[in-house]
Ligand binder design. Structure first.
Ligand code: BG6
Length: 485
């Protein structure tokens, strides 16, 4: 029997040898995140022996795939690119043309397995759009590649409740639920996990974490990026499915959930799913949709498309802890700044004792702010006395950044962490079939009757109507003050 310390150590020991079958291996996500992530895991000693079989409908030789992977790792990888480390990693890569069918795939996998031992495990990573996921699952079944296997499925999982149910049923014909890892990379971010640490490893915050003390919450993820090369995926998906029903709702669950009985997959899943069940359906009148000017000129976008590239909405969680506390969510492409913040606004105190003009309350309520960026910054803002005579107050803040601590070099990028967790069979940060279906259920009223998308200029903050949505509150971004150094 292993004790808690051993169990924790067990989770961070390198996983068994693996063949990773990467579907969509020449796509945008594979190039930006998955290939550089696997390279980093390998060189940082987080993988034991490993082979990567890349596949997509493109025809490519092993050598061409290695060049594509090298360029991706040079362009998007972290840290210095080391030739020796690369030489070792590139020998692990091979390619199989997806159009050659299941048997060619099975052969490529057994060749890779022959190199690392037949007892190795398989990780099938489906970096493909929702419409292609079912076909890949069928291919895996036909190729006889379900044993010793785990399958990682990218979001969005389905496009609505009916399609998610259908996909879940189909996946369950081929894989057991414990073989399935529905990924949402926001949950692998250090900063997202820090929400759990901050809430549950301290005595300070949890007692004030409720409607008694919190006025409202904002989860705000504007992006400067446009749809850049992902036009056809994006046009069929839109900001609501791409970001809200996935990442933003997952982060919301970390903020809103009750303390789980342990930091283990089942316990966390139970609490997250209770949040999802308590969420009221998203009402179209609580939503502002937008589309950036010039979106129709993007390659892959349908002429006259009404897909939203911006969305702001109000969510309500109808439970004892959160009743009456609005959660405002916002995200979009082609906006003025890129940021990923969660902002908890505390209720304001009575200000009657402060003299007129003292400045109390002038800069909004006190906030606890999480920055989901790699630096995992946290800020607690409050009113403090301005030095000098009288009683004038200013908004001050206490700030923390991951860059300040010695262990920051150990940080894993979100995909790296999640790939590693999936290889180790750890479901803690992945989504279940029921959880996903619950979210599509919450999304249904908005999907059935979406308000018109309002055109906004690129480089702006989105349609001005978003201010009415949040009134009398205000969006925190753009910040009045910058983060410190
Ligand atoms: C992806 C979305 O899942 O998340 C993208 O498909 C988005 O549209 C991206 O840009 C944002 O992730 P991150 O980690 O860069 O904030």
């Amino acid at each position: 029997m292993i004790g808690p310390q051993d169990a924790a150590a067990d989770r961070i020991a390198p996983p068994d040898p693996h063949v990773v079958v990467l579907f969509g291996a020449s796509g945008d996500l594979a190039r930006r995140k998955l290939l550089p992530g696997l390279f980093h895991l390998d060189r940082a000693g987080h993988l034991s022996d490993c082979r990567v079989v890349g596949t997509s409908l493109e025809a490519m030789s092993d050598a061409e795939f290695r060049i594509l992977a090298r360029e991706a790792c040079e362009q998007f990888g972290r840290g210095r690119f080391d030739e020796e480390e690369w030489d070792r990693f590139e020998r692990r890569l091979s390619w199989v043309d997806g159009s050659l069918g299941p048997m060619a795939l099975a052969d490529a996998v057994s060749e890779a397995e022959a190199e690392i031992g037949e007892r190795s495990r398989r990780l099938h990573y489906l970096s493909v759009p929702p419409a292609a996921a079912a076909q890949v699952i069928r291919t895996l079944a036909d190729a006889g590649l379900t044993e010793r296997s785990r399958v990682v499925m990218e979001k969005p999982f389905g496009t609505d409740l009916a399609s998610a149910r259908e996909l879940n049923a189909m996946v369950h014909e081929v894989f057991e639920e414990d073989q399935v890892f529905r990924i949402d990379h926001f949950l692998g971010k250090e900063a997202a996990l820090n929400i759990l640490a901050l809430r549950f490893a301290n005595g300070l915050f949890e007692p004030i974490w409720s409607r008694n003390f919190i006025d409202h919450v904002q989860i705000d993820v504007p992006e400067t990026l446009t749809v850049e090369g992902r036009g056809s995926f994006y046009d069929a998906t839109g900001a609501f499915r791409d970001m809200v029903v996935t990442h933003l709702f997952q982060v919301l669950a970390f903020v809103a959930m009750e303390p789980p009985v342990e930091l283990a997959p089942k316990a966390i899943t139970v609490e997250k799913e209770k949040v999802f069940r308590s969420m009221k359906g998203i009402r179209p009148r609580d939503v502002v949709r937008g589309q950036y000017e010039g979106y129709h000129d993007e390659p892959g976008v349908e002429p006259g498309s009404g897909t939203e590239t911006f969305i702001a909405l109000e969510c309500r969680i109808d439970n004892w802890r959160w009743s009456g506390v609005p959660f405002y969510l916002r995200t979009g492409k082609g906006l003025a700044e890129g940021a990923r913040i969660i902002s908890i606004a505390f209720r304001e105190p009575p200000k009657s004792m402060f003299p007129e003009g003292s400045g109390v309350g002038l800069k909004g309520p006190d906030h606890l702010t999480f920055d989901l960026d790699e630096s995992s910054r946290i800020s607690l803002s409050y009113y403090g006395k301005r030095p000098g005579p009288g009683m004038l107050v200013d908004k001050l803040s206490m700030q923390f950044s991951l860059n300040e601590i010695e262990t920051q070099g150990d940080t894993l990028e979100a995909y790296e962490r999640l790939i590693r967790d999936a290889m180790g069979g750890d479901h803690t940060l992945f989504n279940t079939a029921e959880g996903i279906e619950e979210l599509w259920n919450t999304a249904a009223p908005m999907l059935e009757d979406p308000p018109e998308a309002i055109v906004y200029p690129r480089g702006s903050w989105g349609p001005v109507e978003m201010h009415d949505l949040i009134a009398p509150h205000r969006w925190r971004l753009p910040f009045q003050r910058r983060w410190r150094g």
